[in-house]
Design a protein around this ligand. Structure first.
Ligand code: COA
Length: 321
């Protein structure tokens, strides 16, 4: 059995915040943000909107595209590091709102690698024969956890959600192979320390803290590693890849790795100029948009890759069809 993607969807809050908007509240400017990150604008959700709200919008679109009814789902996985609350899980909240009455549901916490970890997890459930129809969502609202006085982080992130419906198939399509890994010893370079059991009163703050340069070095190293791992395990070459959909954090990370791997620009999908880093949502939003733009056709080989807090990283090789 293989896990095939039969529907995709995405959702972004309507409010656009440009680099110029940020320059009014923090000591930065449009030229710096564009040059150092590639980001031009990002979406920011209203105070009343939670991660599960964006997840539901994306999930409904993915379900519609798949032709499945909510009650046909057997499992819902929501990949997020900005859950609505500590419990119940955002996946259970989503299961309730979708009325997916026959589905188990749980959250997966791997920050910006979440969607790739989730895709590997969902595919493994399908390959084992345990489930046939799974809804996988990557959703985050990290703008709620930004220190708007810290220009080195508040310029980077945006909110959004992306979803896919996976179905069992006996054809050789879908998720062909996966790789995922963690380097927990590097965890302190990217944290949201407050609010957990170590610091329930948020004495250490409820904001993202990041050593940007360290994360940058990690990202370029592990993206290359994880691409090589999935190519090696299948005997495929870079030349056979039709589209690379990396986590959308910084265009310099993407350009550096693409160049090193010999992937030409037309085979690399980038939309971070519009949304910034939407964490676990970035890869499924990019996949949904690439499909809508006609960049993916049946039989294409895709590499989806993520990296993020943990630190974590992973890739999936997907044959579209
Ligand atoms: N506007 C203007 N200046 C800024 C700035 C901003 N938004 N952010 C940082 N700077 C300044 C710094 O204060 C520093 O000034 P100094 O030299 O006077 O001390 C200077 O720019 C260079 O900072 P530095 O951190 O060395 O820049 P950089 O080229 O490494 O870029 C990041 C910073 C954060 C954009 C980059 O390191 C990065 O993208 N890292 C990866 C982050 C990431 O992807 N995180 C998510 C992972 S899922």
């Amino acid at each position: 059995m293989k896990a095939r993607i039969i529907g995709t969807g995405s959702a972004l809050p309507p409010k656009v915040v440009t680099n110029d908007d940020l320059a009014k509240i923090v000591d930065t400017n449009d030229a710096w943000i564009r040059e150092r990150t590639g980001i031009q604008e990002r979406r920011v959700s209203d105070a009343a909107v939670a991660t599960s709200d964006l997840a539901a919008l994306a999930a409904e679109k993915a379900l519609k595209a798949s032709g499945l009814k909510p009650e046909e789902l057997e499992l819902i996985i929501v990949c997020t590091c900005s859950p609505d609350m500590l419990f119940p899980s955002t996946a259970c909240i989503l299961q309730g709102s979708l009325k997916a009455v026959n589905a188990a549901a749980f959250d997966l916490s791997a920050a910006c690698s979440g969607f790739n970890f989730g895709l590997t997890t969902a595919a493994s459930f399908i390959e084992s024969g345990k489930f046939k129809n799974i809804l996988l969502v990557g959703a985050d609202t990290l703008t709620k956890y930004l220190d708007w006085t810290d220009r080195s982080t508040c310029t980077l992130f945006g909110d959004g959600a992306g979803a896919v419906v996976l179905q069992a198939t006996d054809r050789e399509v879908g998720v062909l192979t996966s790789f995922m890994m963690a380097e927990g010893q590097l965890g302190p370079v990217l944290t949201m320390p407050g609010g957990g059991s170590r610091d329930p009163e948020e004495k250490n703050g409820r904001f993202i803290k990041m050593a940007g340069k360290e994360v940058f070095k990690f990202a370029v190293r592990v993206l290359e590693t994880s691409i090589k791992k999935i190519l090696e395990s299948t005997g495929k070459t870079v030349e056979e890849i039709d589209l690379f959909i990396p986590h959308q954090a910084n265009v310099r990370i993407i350009d550096h790795v693409s160049k090193k791997m010999g992937l030409p620009k037309e085979k690399v999908y980038v939309n971070l100029h519009k949304y910034g880093n939407t964490s676990a949502a970035s890869v499924p939003i990019a996949l949904d948009e690439a499909l809508a733009e006609g960049r993916i056709k049946s039989g294409d080989l895709l590499i989806l890759s993520g990296f993020g807090a943990g630190l974590t990283y992973g890739s999936n090789l997907v044959k579209w069809g």
